[in-house]
Ligand binder design. Structure first.
Ligand SMILES: Nc1ncnc2c1ncn2[C@@H]1O[C@H](COP(=O)(O)OP(=O)(O)OP(=O)(O)O)[C@@H](O)[C@H]1O
Ligand SMILES: [Mg+2]
Length: 427
């Protein structure tokens, strides 16, 4: 079969065109209008040479860590700030520079969010031991043994170890804070070495869940990373765009738009970089010579869609059953959906699907949680002397809804419910 004669449509926002595979691949083969020079520059993998708008945080962290240059123990430090505010970038940069000044400084970096790393106390200890060069079996040893090994190895290093626990809140959510307590205790027992902790988190409320002893020993020093404003994001993007794109690729206003959109949300540099990169990819796919504002609009739509769909995919079954109920009600054209309506359908879904039926109160909590992650919208309305009630709406675009429906169908949540039923193949 000649692949090149297959025709299909490529869609992006308003632009629809008919292209053959030959057209599409041809553009890349000939590299006619290269948009990107070094796309990597717009990803987390790239380490920028200059870190703008973080002078204060860089200097404060440097002052906290500097005593290590003279072999002195340094304070445990907590770093907070919204997503994409440069916490990881700055911490890695400052610690790497610090280590150049004293061979006794040993930096251990663990991203606790990485798959499997902090699922259990055992896994995390195994990861830490791995960082010190000792591989341990993935299960089987008593955790006390792992702690002992960790202590012995640290002591043998005779070094000033700085352990960076990035996304430290994941540890506490998954396995509790005891391991953090134990790590601070190990440090007190060490004689020839030291172990200082740098905890990084974008969940500001998480220290409230900590045992007060753990909290105080971990946050001897605290550092806040504020969100970037639109101007700061523009500067950051402009620098990175210099190497990311070929000359004259960016049309006027593209960087400003990416910066403004990211500033509106969390002041998130990652989102700004993602918008710019995706806008570039869309322009490239369209074989456009330049990235224009409408490409940024498309990029934003795609990012939103990816995020919402991902949020749905990671919801527990019970929340998915609640969401399926809301979608069914809105598909039926019901306008003022209330918790009671959702609960009615939810019970049917659970019965069909063999799920435990939670109380209406719990279902109401799950509705609140779905609202929090932006999958649905709710607002409380007053009914005068009849009290208050919550109205639930789904304000998602059709393409996103379609993807969400597929996830719910794949979980067999519409089974037995009219036109949404899906055959349980091998289920
Ligand atoms: N001041 C800056 N200059 C250049 N690039 C930056 C700056 N701040 C952040 N970035 C870039 O933005 C992205 C996100 O930064 P980083 O990973 O450090 O954020 P974070 O605060 O650790 O976010 P999260 O809480 O999601 O882990 C990275 O690609 C990083 O290189
Ligand atoms: Mg980070």
């Amino acid at each position: 079969m000649n692949l090149f004669i297959i025709k299909f449509q490529v869609k992006c926002g308003g632009c629809v065109g008919q292209q053959t595979l030959k057209d599409i691949f041809g553009v890349y083969i000939q590299n006619l209008n290269p948009i990107f020079h070094e796309k990597n520059t717009l990803t987390d993998r790239h380490i920028p040479l200059i870190i703008e708008h973080r002078e204060e945080q860089i200097n404060t962290l440097a002052k906290i860590l500097a005593p290590a240059i003279r072999d002195q123990k340094i304070s445990n430090t907590f770093i907070f700030g919204n997503v994409g505010t440069g916490k990881t970038l700055v911490t890695k940069h400052v610690t790497a520079e610090l280590a150049k000044n004293n061979p006794k400084i040993n930096i251990l970096y663990v991203n606790c969010k990485m798959r499997g790393v902090s699922d259990t106390e055992y896994r995390l200890l195994a990861e830490l031991l791995g960082k010190l060069g000792k591989e341990v079996p993935s299960t089987g040893l008593p955790t006390t043994q792992l702690y002992k090994n960790f202590y012995t190895l640290l002591e043998e290093t005779e070094k000033l170890n700085i352990l960076i626990l990035d996304e430290i809140d994941v540890i506490v959510k998954k396995i509790g804070d005891e391991i953090l307590y134990n790590l601070t205790r190990i440090n007190q027992d060490l004689k020839k070495s030291t172990l200082s902790l740098i905890g990084i988190s974008n969940d500001v409320s998480f220290t409230e869940q900590l045992d007060p002893r753990v909290k105080s020993s971990l946050s001897e020093e605290e550092l806040i990373f504020p969100p970037y404003n639109a101007m700061q994001l523009q500067n950051i993007l402009t620098k990175r765009a210099e190497t990311a794109f070929t000359l004259n690729t960016l049309s006027v206003g593209v960087i400003a738009k990416c910066a403004a959109l990211a500033a509106q949300e969390h002041g998130d540099a990652r989102k700004a970089l993602d918008l710019l990169r995706i806008a570039g990819e869309i322009a490239e796919r369209e074989n456009s010579k330049q990235i224009i504002i409408s490409h940024v609009d498309c990029a934003e739509e795609k990012l939103d869609s990816d995020r919402t769909v991902e949020a749905v995919r990671t919801q527990p079954k019970q929340s998915l059953a609640v969401l399926a109920s809301i979608i069914l009600l809105s598909e039926e054209g019901k306008e003022d959906i209330q918790t009671g309506d959702v609960f009615e359908i939810y019970q049917k879904i659970c019965a069909n699907r063999g799920l435990k039926i939670l109380t209406q109160r719990r279902v109401s909590d799950l509705i609140g949680a779905l609202d929090m992650v932006g999958i649905i919208n709710t607002h409380v309305i007053s009914k005068g002397r009849y009290g208050r009630t919550r109205e639930i709406r789904i304000l998602l675009s059709q393409p996103i809804l379609k993807k969400i429906r597929t996830i719910l169908e794949d979980n067999y949540l519409f089974d037995g419910l009219g036109r949404y039923s899906k055959k349980k193949e091998g289920h």
